[in-house]
Ligand binder design. Sequence first.
Ligand code: MAN
Length: 521
Amino acid sequence: MDEYMYFVCFLLVLGVRVNAEIERPRGVSISMASKYEPNDKQTFQCLDGSAQIPYEHLNDDYCDCADGSDEPGTSACTNGRFHCTNAGYTPKNIQSSRVNDGVCDCCDGSDEYEGKIECVNNCKELGKKLREEQDEKRRLHEEGFKKREGFIAEASTLMEGKKLKIKELETEKAEIQEKLKELEARKTEAEGPEKEAKDKHEQAWKEQKDAREKERQAGKAREAFDDLDLNKDGFVDVFEIIPHLEFDIDSNGIVSEEEAKEHLEDHEKVDYEEFSSKIWGNIHSIYKKLVPDEPQQVTPPPVEPQGDTGVPVPTEEPQATPHLTPLPDEGDDFDDEDDEDDDDDEEESAEEDKMPEYDEETKALIAAADEARKNYEEADKRSRDIDGEITTLTSYLNTDYGKDQAYAVLRDNCYEYTDREYTYKLCPFSTASQRPKSGGHETNLGRWGRWENDKTQVYDHGQNCWNGPDRSVKIHITCGPDHQLTNAYEPSRCEYAFDFITPCACDQHSQPQVKNLHEEL
Ligand code: MAN
C-alpha cells in the first residue's frame, strides 16, 4: 500500500468521504472543506477556536467543540449542522439531530447513512422540476422585459406628444391673449352706449314711477286726513289721534296726549297741508283706519255745542265720540270688499311698477353689447381652459415614472384587488382607495407621494384614521407578465401595503437568478 492509499484508508476510518475532487469529512460542504484538511500535527481546530482535538476525534460521535464543528456528520452535538450535498438539486444544511433519525431530510439521502431507513435519492427529479420552474420564471421575465421595452417606447411617444401639446397650447394661448385685448376693447366700446341708453330709459321710468307714487301717497294722505278729522273741522288734532291705538308709543294700551302730540310733530292740531307734507310721511306705515266697534270709552276733551263763532268749545261733561277701532290687519275676514280693492290697487301698482320694454334702439345696443360680451367671455373661457390643460400636462410630465419612464404607461389606469372584506384600488401616480364589499363609501387611502426606492411607491395623506394617522399605502412592485394588483393588506392600523406586479419592473438587473443547482458530489 503506497502512502496515498494508506491516507485514504485512514480517512475512510474517520468517516471522511473521498472523491476525485475534494476530500472532506461527512456532513461538510465544499466551501468548508479546507477548514477540515488534516494539518501536520493531525489535529483539528474547532471552528470557533475553542479547542484543538486529535483529527481522529472528528465525527467520532462525541461532541468535543463548543460550536459542534467536530461532529458535522453525526448527531452528537446539539448545535451541529449537517450539510447535504444534494447533487443535482440545491444543497442544504440541516440540524445534526436530524442525522440518522429515521427521517429522510436530504433528497440525496445522505443524512440517513446508518440504514434505519432506506432513502431514495430524488435530487435529480427535484432539480428537473426546479429548473423547469426557473425556466418558466425566466421566460416570463423575458416576456416582461420585452413588454417593458415596448412601454419605454410608448412612454417616450406619450411624453413627446404631451410636450408638443403644451407647445401648441402655448401658441394658442398667446394668440388668444392678443384676441382678448381686441375683444375687450370691442366689449367696452359696445357697453358704453348700451349703458347710456339703458340708464336713460330706467331714469325716465323711475321718474314716472316716483310721480305715480307721489300721487298715490297724496291720495292716501287725503283719505287718512279725512278719516282722522272726525269732527270735520279741517284739522287733525291730538284728540282725534288718541283713539288710534297704533300710535301707542310705550305700548301701555292707551295713546296719551303726549304720544298723540309727538305724532303731530308737537302740534296740537295740523291742517291738511301740514299733515300731507310733514306728518303723513312719518305715520303712513303705522296708521290704521278706524272702523265702527262696540262702544268704548274714548275721551276727547269735551266740546261745547258750537257757539256763534262756529268754533267748538270744551264742555264740562265728556262727550261720546263715534266708537271706532282700527281696521284689522291683513288676514282678518273683516271688510273683504276693502281688501279686494286693496289687492286690485296693489296689482295695478305692481303692473305700473314694471319697467316698460326698452325701445328698439336701446334693444339693438343691448344686442350688440351682448354679442361683444359673449365673444369676449368665450375667448376668456378658452384662455382659462388652456391654462388648466397646460397645468395638467405639466404635472404629468413632471412626475417621476421611474427608470426610463417605463411606469408612465400605468398612469390613467386603475387596478383592483378584492379580499374577504374590501376591494382595494390602485390608480398609479394618482390615488389608492378601499371600498367595503358590502357597499358603502370609498375610503381614500392616499394620494401619489413618491418613490421610496426603485420598487416601492408611497401614497400618503389619505383619509384620517380615527385616533390614528392619515391613511397611507406602500406599493411593493415586482416583475410580472402583466400589470396586476396581487395583494393588499394592513400591516398596522391604517397603514396599508399593496403588492403589484408589472412588466415595468422587469429590468435586466432583476432577472431571476438561477438557483445554484449544486453539482458538487
Ligand atoms: C376602516 C378601514 C380599516 C381601518 C379602520 C380604522 O374600517 O379603513 O382598514 O383599519 O377603518 O378604524
